[in-house]
Design a protein around this ligand. Sequence first.
Ligand code: FES
Length: 156
Amino acid sequence: MATRPLADEIGAIAAQYPERRSATLAALRLAQERRGWLPPEALREVADALDVTPAYCEAIASFYDMFHLAPVGRHLVEVCTNISCALVGAQQVLEAFEEQLGIGPGETSEDGEYTLRTIECAGGCGRAVVVAIDHRYREPVRPEDVPEIVEEFGGN
Ligand code: FES
């Protein structure tokens, strides 16, 4: 089945709002789903579909942590290091991922498979340490769980 043009999808969402620019977050999300990140061309495409400027789209995309203005790996591993997770070993969980994946926070593996990031509170404090892999939560995660989690994703 052919993929519907992005501008058409954005147009359908924008039609639900009194102002087209109210659909910016949804439009950016759609654009990111298509490419995995938001290169300048994607920001331009969203801007054109919403009758706003690319700078407006970039300002919004750069504010929210879940938008990527640089390429990320096929799998995104995000470790919450905020207070509740920090108190029960987030640093050790992060180091276990660093060791397993061979990359540090903010880095992408050479084969493009993994990007490792730290994130602020993921809203799962009661089951810390929270790790999001491809936007799905694992909780609670302990350092000893990490090799099995990486194995599951076909990692090292
Ligand atoms: S501090 Fe980690 S989920 Fe809230």
